[in-house]
Ligand binder design. Structure first.
Ligand code: G1P
Length: 288
């Protein structure tokens, strides 16, 4: 079994749902408490042992590259001011030199196309995909549990979580064989089923472990839901020749691509912080 070392972060989306905040700033740089959304997701990948971080970017995403680079003037100023704690924190978040790569998705053709754009950077080995919009909050990082399960059973694996029935049309939905293990064999997958037609309420949560065979399929994948090249559609084809498992995530998923999800993520992550928890809870109580 090949170890999963590389992860793709598709970050080319325009973030129109967050205008005007995202007019000049990538949506992935919006903060949940004091860390950009993309940093939270890179933290999850690091905790899972990922060594190569591949960002599929687009125009106006330069701030993401800068975020994962040394800010020389800032470091110098912090050093002069003896701000050791801040310096250490910045150093901890910095990827090792050469471990972050950036490639551009030139046209907004969908998630499947974004993943395909990273094919040469991945090469011929299984890899992870993490959708930065989706924050997975739990004591055990989601991707870490998935990689552990993958190291014993192999195949392809997708993170799933339960959503209310009236939200299934917003996600990729999977139908699984019931069982007692955390990795359930997938029976069917469908991208954004019409209201009332979903085979279950298990939604794809934006965490994937995929075999490199997916790239050949994505190369010729016709457009699907929303007129976009969908990753889920290529996975449906791959499932005919390779096993797929659904990893049911038991923590809390925040869809920060929606205003409500973004706001609740900020509340939930702030309540999780020792340095903020008590005062924040008290302040919230006075408001509601
Ligand atoms: C994508 C995937 C979908 C998944 C969702 C999670 O959709 O195609 O299967 O459930 O992310 O956020 P998008 O949100 O890009 O429309």
């Amino acid at each position: 079994m090949q170890r999963i070392r590389k992860a793709i972060f598709p970050v080319a989306g325009l973030g129109t749902r967050f205008l005007p905040a995202t007019k000049a700033m990538p949506k992935e740089m919006l903060t949940v408490v004091d860390r950009p959304v993309i940093q939270h997701v890179v933290d999850e990948a690091k905790a899972a042992g990922i060594e190569q971080f591949i960002f599929v970017t687009g125009r106006n995403k330069g701030a993401i590259e800068d975020h994962f680079d040394i800010a020389f003037e800032l470091d110098r100023t912090l050093k002069d001011r003896h701000r050791e704690a801040d310096l250490n924190e910045l150093a901890r978040d910095l990827p090792i030199a050469g471990s972050a790569s950036f490639t551009r998705q030139q046209e907004p053709l969908g998630l499947g196309h974004a993943v395909w754009c990273a094919r040469d950077l991945i090469g011929d080995e299984p890899f992870a995909v993490l959708l930065p919009d989706m924050l997975h909050q739990s004591s055990e990082p989601c991707l870490k549990s998935m990689i552990e399960a993958h190291s014993s059973i192999g195949g392809n694996m997708i993170g799933v979580y339960r959503v209310p029935d009236d939200e299934t049309h917003r996600y990729g939905i999977v139908d699984v064989e019931q069982g007692s293990t955390k990795a359930l064999p997938v029976k069917a997958m469908i991208e954004k089923p019409k209201q009332g037609t979903a085979p279950s309420n298990l939604a794809i949560s934006g965490r994937y472990l995929l075999s490199p065979k997916i790239f050949e399929l994505l190369a010729t994948q016709p457009r699907g839901a929303g007129g976009e090249i969908q990753l889920t559609d290529a996975m449906v084809t791959l499932q005919r020749s390779e096993p797929f498992y659904a990893h049911v995530f038991e923590g809390r998923v925040h869809d920060t691509g929606t205003k409500l999800g973004f706001l609740t993520a900020n509340v939930a992550y702030a309540l999780d912080r020792h340095d903020l928890r008590d005062e924040f809870r008290a302040a919230l109580k006075t408001m509601i």
